[in-house]
Write a protein that binds this ligand. Structure first.
Ligand code: FMN
Length: 441
């Protein structure tokens, strides 16, 4: 049996599955129930000066039969007294000494940070997570994402925390920023022991067309919230990858955003995460989803021959390159399995109107389309819109012997360089006439 226990920046946990700081970690009761079900760790709902929440608080994006593919909230940090939370942290640690309990924290001044760090550690927290990510309500008061968006301030506050912290410090980042690696590198400079990402994405999930007010509605008004759930996973995966590959970050990463099952979790781990955190999926389906996640992860590792989590952490990173390093000589085209085709012609419409006019309609009354090979660029669109599994496959057509990247082709002159592309790793070609004319205007 593979070993799925983790030591994340010094925080030990029986498995890499942690609950993210959110309503599922509001209380000791919930966290003990979650640990009983199998969760390895929990990041407590953010502690600070208790707030007063509004009602209602949540909104969602539903798509056809799928509910809550995106989830939005306008709630703030804990509304419970600090002393109650601290007492319950102590209790949880008494009953579950081998599980990871991390205290999420958010306060303002240096003195407040010192005090709350000491309080959380005295209560027995195994680690601290600094919430520099909340993009609503708290940021207007100079906390949460207001800190995460200012690398210098973030570094300063991490420094304050490290002045007194004895336990590992995880810096939780906001995705509401153009380059996530900047605050990540600042977390490292400030002395942080790890980073976690992503917190929620600032959002409005929809508008009531009759009453002219966005959701969720609070007495006829609304405000922007934070977006999470399955819809944000692609954004989170990319940000985790960016941090994992950046030489100035070099910190353990706890991956968060849209994790619903073991496959999602493994994707985060393959892109560099050492643990994963889950919020929306538990709010949707309950703590019981862990019962599928643990055997799923173990089965995957056994099948692939991995003994421990460290062996798969970052395993996909060498395969994520900058665009200019991809092989331009690799060629695939679509192939339609006539026996599986149901004749819906969705592929035809998509390719004809939205892509490369590489699909034709059959004659003699057949509804099965055919591929026009010379037009097909191998973009995948037809296989993505096809509702029948394995009906359209992409088949390799090049010999597999030639490998030329965009950079190699431009260097040898077989592709003309038509713009001054920074991605080309410092190639500074002249801007062609039409573009420079445009620039002048
Ligand atoms: C209702 C709600 C409340 C949240 N409260 C907090 C919080 O107090 N502190 C925090 O760091 N993150 C908070 N989050 C963000 C989550 O911890 C997590 O970063 C985010 O939801 C992405 O994960 P998910 O896609 O699994 O939900 C909250 C999220 C939701 C939905």
């Amino acid at each position: 049996m593979p070993d799925i226990s983790v030591n994340f920046a010094g925080i030990k946990s029986p498995n890499p599955f942690w609950l993210a700081s959110a309503p599922p970690t509001n209380s000791g009761y919930q966290i003990m129930k979650a640990f009983d079900a199998g969760w390895g760790g929990a990041v407590w709902k953010t502690l600070g000066v208790p707030i007063v929440n509004v009602s209602s608080r949540y909104g969602s994006v539903n798509y056809r039969d799928s509910r809550m593919i995106g989830f939005n909230n306008i709630e703030l940090i804990t509304d419970r007294p600090l002393k109650d939370n601290l007492r319950e942290i102590e209790e949880v640690k008494k009953y579950f000494p081998d599980h990871a309990v991390i205290a999420s924290l958010m306060v303002e001044t240096r003195e407040q940070w010192h005090q709350i760090v000491r309080d959380a550690e005295n209560a027995g927290a195994d680690g601290l997570e600094l919430n520099f990510g909340c993009p609503h309500g708290m940021c207007e008061r100079g906390m949460g994402s207001a800190v995460g968006q200012e690398p210098e301030i973030l570094k300063l506050i991490v420094g304050w925390v490290k002045e007194v912290a004895k336990k590992p410090v995880i810096v939780k980042l906001t995705p509401n920023i153009s380059d996530i690696t900047e605050p990540a590198a600042a977390a490292k400079l400030g002395g942080g022991d790890a980073i976690s990402l992503i917190n929620t994405i600032q959002s409005i999930v929809g508008v009531d067309l009759d009453n002219f007010v966005p959701y969720p509605v609070v007495d006829g008004k609304s405000t922007n919230g934070g977006y999470c759930g399955p819809a944000v996973k692609p954004i989170a995966l990319n940000m985790v990858k960016n941090c994992a590959q950046h030489p100035d970050v070099n910190l353990p990463i706890s991956g968060i955003g849209g994790v619903e099952n073991w496959r999602d979790a493994v994707e985060f781990i393959l892109l560099g995460a050492g643990t994963v955190q889950v919020c929306t999926a538990v709010m949707h389906y309950g703590f019981g989803i862990i019962r599928e996640m643990i055997p799923g992860l173990e089965g995957y590792m056994r099948e692939k021959g991995f003994d421990n989590i460290a062996q798969i952490t970052g395993k996909a990173l060498p395969n994520v390159l900058n665009w200019e390093n991809l092989n331009l000589d690799y060629k695939i085209i679509a192939e339609i399995n006539k026996d599986k085709c149901i004749g819906c012609q969705l592929c035809y419409i998509a390719c004809e109107d939205g892509a490369h006019q590489a699909i034709g309609l059959g004659s003699n009354g057949t509804r099965v389309p055919y591929i026009i090979e010379e037009n097909c660029v191998g973009c995948n669109l037809c296989s993505l819109v096809c509702p029948v599994e394995d009906c359209i496959s992409m088949v390799r057509k090049d010999s597999g012997e030639s490998h030329k990247t965009w950079k190699e082709r431009t260097d040898e002159g077989s592709i003309p360089v038509t713009f001054n592309d920074k991605l080309a790793g410092g190639l500074h070609h002249q801007i062609p006439e039409p573009l420079s004319a445009l620039k002048k205007r």
